[in-house]
Design a binder for this molecule. Structure first.
Ligand SMILES: [Zn+2]
Length: 405
């Protein structure tokens, strides 16, 4: 594995500036391209799985987090409140759950709407000490791939299981290998909301989900959220340090705190359960892991540049430019490396992390062809230039691991 901090700078993916602040990295164009591809992938997977997307603000009134319990159980990880005068205080949000709970209760809900799967790729903040900040893994501003499923108690196990299946599918597409599945439980001395019978019920439910999924798992005392137990999918970085990337949590606490209700088939009001889940966790940590795992040779669908077009000499520039335009029209991230940027060999080396390279020499130009070279060394040979972008697009769209199946 590679160190994402070193490689992230070398490849021009992200950086930071002391004047912007520690733990507040910015994304350079190539890093932004990876992030965008990842976000698009997640949103599409979620749409296919029946999630609906919302946007909610990254700030909220202090009272909101008093109700959710974050203020009393989590405030050491939160930034100090912003005083607006009078009694009004705003907080940078430490999680998205309270906002989603309010969206759920913004109108009356029927059992027919459940399970209601509300997703958002949204900002949140964590007040980390300056000394521990760095790269994309210890940051103060976080973009979270989050969702809350409001459902009946009977639906909760199926929803949690489906979320776990989404996580495993995403890991296959991203090339991630979990080091362990952990059932995170309360531990001595932690700050947790009371109600032992609800903890027992939520724990039993998650145990059942883990058992049914067939993955090996272990208990993690002291690792629970303050409001409930959770399944944590653990990954490791280049130095072997473990971190949680994905989570599935069952929560009886916040529905209670926010007085969430739906009207059941019996016409009476019932309390839903909230399943919190994140497929790839924070976008920052997910991209750090991508860099560490792939070392810059990203899967084609995530690569900042997917196709490099290489005319051998200036005489083939018109054909190369036409191919570039076609590739961009086919939604590929493509660049043209011009002959005045170096010899063909030097340009091929420059593009060594690009999954597809299309060489256009005099013979290819005359015959409407391009010679395809793959990052893995294979050379499928001369192909009709007009068909090349669509063929590459098809591989990219399928999140194929093989560059030329
Ligand atoms: Zn949540």
């Amino acid at each position: 594995m590679h160190d994402h901090r070193r490689l992230g700078r070398e490849l021009g993916l992200f950086d930071s500036d002391p004047l912007m602040g520690a733990g507040l990295p910015y994304w350079l164009p190539d890093g932004a391209a990876i992030r965008h591809a990842l976000e698009e992938y997640i949103r599409r997977e979620e749409r296919r799985a029946g999630y609906q997307h919302v946007y909610s603000p990254v700030l909220g009134k202090r009272e909101l987090y008093e109700i959710s319990g974050h203020w009393s159980h989590y405030s050491e990880d939160m930034f100090p409140p912003m005083d607006l005068g009078g009694d009004e205080q705003l907080l940078l949000r430490p999680s998205l759950c309270p906002h989603h709970a309010l969206i759920f209760r913004s109108r009356s809900r029927s059992y027919r709407e459940l399970p209601l799967r509300m997703a958002e790729l949204g900002g949140m903040f964590r007040s980390e000490r300056s000394g521990v900040l760095g790269g994309l893994t210890r940051v103060r501003s976080i973009q979270l791939n989050d969702a809350h499923i409001f459902c009946t108690l009977d639906q909760a196990a199926d929803e949690a299981a489906a979320a776990l299946a989404l996580i495993r599918r995403a890991y296959a597409a991203l090339g991630f290998e979990p080091v362990r599945f952990r059932l995170s439980l309360p531990g001595p001395g932690g700050k947790y909301v009371a109600a032992p019978q609800l903890w027992e019920r939520a724990t039993a439910l998650l145990e059942e989900v883990l058992e049914a999924s067939g993955v090996a798992w272990e208990p993690g005392p002291g690792e629970a959220a303050f409001y409930g137990p959770k399944i944590d999918v653990q990954i490791a970085d280049h130095a072997g340090r473990e971190a949680t990337l994905s989570t599935v949590q069952v929560d009886f606490h916040q529905p209670e705190q926010f007085g969430l209700e739906y009207v059941g088939p019996d016409g009476a009001r019932h309390r839903p359960v909230m399943v919190h889940r994140s497929i790839i966790g924070s976008v920052e940590r997910a991209v750090a892991q991508l860099i560490e795992v792939h070392g810059g040779a990203f899967p084609a669908w995530l690569a900042p540049v997917q196709l490099a077009v290489l005319p051998v000499a200036a005489g083939q520039l018109p054909e190369a430019e036409a191919l570039l335009a076609q590739a961009r029209a086919a939604d590929l991230r493509a660049v043209l490396l011009r002959p005045d940027e170096g010899s063909l060999g030097a340009r091929i080396r420059q593009a060594r992390l690009v999954p597809y390279q299309a060489v256009v020499g005099p013979k290819e130009a005359a015959d409407g062809l391009a010679s395809l070279r793959l990052r893995d060394g294979r050379q499928p040979g001369p192909l009709a230039a007009a068909e090349l972008p669509a063929r590459i697009s098809a591989v990219v769209a399928g999140q194929e691991a093989d560059l030329w199946p």
